[in-house]
Design a protein around this ligand. Structure first.
Ligand code: NDP
Length: 248
């Protein structure tokens, strides 16, 4: 078991974020999950509790800086100084051709995926600065879409994730001398509810034949990559984008 240090996981109530929260709790971290509907994190909190881990879920909309500040303060009050942040909260908006996309969705997707990631990263840096400690880190969840561009599906989403990767590269270099590592994990298609929310619950089955490994990923397979990047085993990794895509 590692020492019980705080890791914040945004969007940890379900899907990839829930798998990350559970996996990191297994490593001995104390987990603070932030999402808009914190009451929906019951299942992952119960699973962590059954495995003798410690976790809380608190309401957080990553697009609202005052909520971000309040959330980080409440998480530290409960579990002590912040060790790492996983910027996982993300949305796609509806599937379809870019030409037909309602601009409201462009703004919303960029607000959650990019601005939300940046607001939480900024809050993390402020909290890191308040305590002299060993190495800390941030992991941003990008997407294979940053490379493929997702034509015909959600190019606005792909653009937001490409920006997350550029942000990761720049911030990593900016804070490297402070012993803060900043990395990204770019999943391929993963079996979660995000596809149903985008209007196509059958998307994973449709995508699977295009994946060189012949299947989509499971949330737990993404969580492993995040756990490695946060751990001391990744002590020389910063500015990296770890693609976990089944070969896409
Ligand atoms: P899900 O839709 O299953 O879960 C999304 C999570 O984000 C939920 O906990 C949701 O909770 C939270 N969330 C959404 N909006 C906000 C907000 N404004 N503030 C705080 N939390 C928010 O998604 P996945 O698990 O599939 O995706 C997780 C991440 O992985 C995303 O960044 C996604 O882009 C990325 N990804 C996913 C892939 C996939 O195929 N599944 C592939 C590549 C990348 P609530 O609604 O209560 O706020």
């Amino acid at each position: 078991m590692l020492s019980s240090r705080l890791v914040i996981v945004t969007g940890g109530s379900r899907g990839i974020g829930a798998a990350i929260a559970r996996r990191l709790a297994q490593d001995g971290y104390r987990i603070a999950i932030g999402c808009r509907h914190a009451g929906e994190a019951g299942e992952v909190l119960a699973a962590i509790g059954e495995e003798a881990g410690e976790a809380i879920a608190l309401p957080l909309d990553v697009t609202r800086e005052e909520e971000v500040d309040r959330f980080f303060a409440a998480a530290e009050e409960r579990f002590g100084p912040l060790h790492a942040l996983v910027n996982n909260a993300g949305i796609t908006g509806p599937l379809g051709r870019f030409r037909d996309l309602d601009p409201t969705w462009m703004r919303r997707v960029v607000a959650v995926n990019l601005i939300g990631t940046m607001l939480c990263a900024q809050a993390a840096l402020r909290h890191f600065a308040s305590v002299e400690a060993e190495e800390r880190s941030i992991v941003n969840i990008s997407s294979v879409a940053s490379q493929t561009g997702s034509p015909g599906e959600y190019v606005h989403y792909a653009a937001s994730k490409a920006a997350v990767e550029a942000f990761t590269a720049g911030l990593a270099r900016e804070v490297a001398a402070q012993r803060i590592r900043v990395n990204a994990v770019a999943p391929g298609t993963v079996n979660t509810g995000i596809h149903a929310l985008a209007g196509d619950p059958g998307r994973p089955a449709r995508v699977a034949p295009r994946v060189p490994m012949g299947r989509v990923g499971e949330p737990e397979e993404i969580a492993e990559a995040v756990a490695w990047l946060i751990s001391g085993a990744a002590s020389y990794a910063t500015g990296a984008v770890l693609r976990v895509t089944g070969g896409l």
